[in-house]
Design a protein around this ligand. Structure first.
Ligand SMILES: C[S@@+](CC[C@H](N)C(=O)[O-])C[C@H]1O[C@@H](n2cnc3c(N)ncnc32)[C@H](O)[C@@H]1O
Length: 248
């Protein structure tokens, strides 16, 4: 199974082998792939998106195993379609949690509740890996597209689609939930926002704009399309990895 370099770097100095792991916000299962490849005893991949749950299951099933005595990848994986604000796992049942690219899709209220839940399921001495993006610098063209996406989301759903939390913020935020900071490293700088990232965000902006009342939706949709063409792709910003640990 392909493990992206960002995930491999973030997990490289973490104790994964033989541990009970949780990928919080499974997406297409990138961190799940890394955790299985690094010998996790069990991986719970949690997402609230049915397509993401299906993709993660299929990705692991299609890969089989690596022939080691750890057992089949699929046998070590449980994909849970659930809300991270109410994680369906018992207190203290997880040794290592990854939040790879999760926090930027959580608004502050959701981030707060999710952090409480991740802290609840963490066993004493558990590890937490938070990989995310610093806020974009002023003048980043893709920042305009994200602003349009957020405007459409605010009008349609009364909350932002994307919130980029500085590394220093999340470090102190999780410290406030009882996690001890261990290290920070840079995963990507600059971040290569490819044409497919740009058009995926434009599609997301357009779909939320379609839910907006009045002419605002049409204007936001047109602006998202125009920006997609103007931006193409852009390399800007930083993706970081924070590692924290719960007291033993
Ligand atoms: C950007 S993707 C994360 C990428 C993924 N970790 C990876 O490495 O491929 C964010 C994921 O978090 C999920 N998510 C966002 N909010 C959630 C919530 N409240 N409960 C469960 N999943 C959530 C999304 O559905 C999506 O699967």
């Amino acid at each position: 199974m392909d493990v992206p370099d960002t995930v491999a770097t973030a997990l490289g100095d973490r104790p994964v082998a033989g541990r009970r792991c949780l990928e919080a916000g499974a997406g297409v299962g990138n961190a799940t792939a890394g955790l299985l490849a690094n010998g996790a005893a069990r991986v719970y991949a949690v997402t609230n998106d049915r397509d993401h749950a299906r993709t993660t299951r299929r990705r692991v099933a299609d890969s089989g195993g690596d022939g080691s005595d750890r057992g089949n990848d699929a046998d070590r994986l449980a994909v849970l379609e659930a809300d991270l604000r109410s994680v369906p796992l018992p207190d203290g049942s997880i040794d290592l949690i990854t939040a790879h690219g999760l926090c930027n899709v959580l608004d502050p209220a959701a981030l707060s509740t999710v952090a409480e839940e991740l802290s609840r399921v963490a066993a004493p001495g558990a590890h937490l890996v938070v990989d995310d993006y610093d806020p974009l610098p002023d003048g980043a063209a893709i920042g305009e597209l994200f602003a349009v996406e957020n405007a459409a989301s605010e009008l349609a759903r009364c909350r932002p689609a994307l919130s980029f939390y500085p590394a220093a913020f999340l470090r102190r935020f999780f410290a406030g939930h009882g996690w001890e900071f261990e290290r920070e490293r840079t995963l990507l700088e600059p971040v290569p926002w490819t044409e497919s990232h740009v058009s995926a965000h434009a599609d997301e902006a357009a779909s939320m704009a379609a839910e907006c009342p009045g002419e605002a939706g049409d204007t936001l949709s047109e602006t998202a399309r125009r920006l997609t063409t103007e931006i193409g792709s852009e390399s800007v910003g930083r993706m970081y990895s924070l590692a924290l640990q719960r007291p033993g």
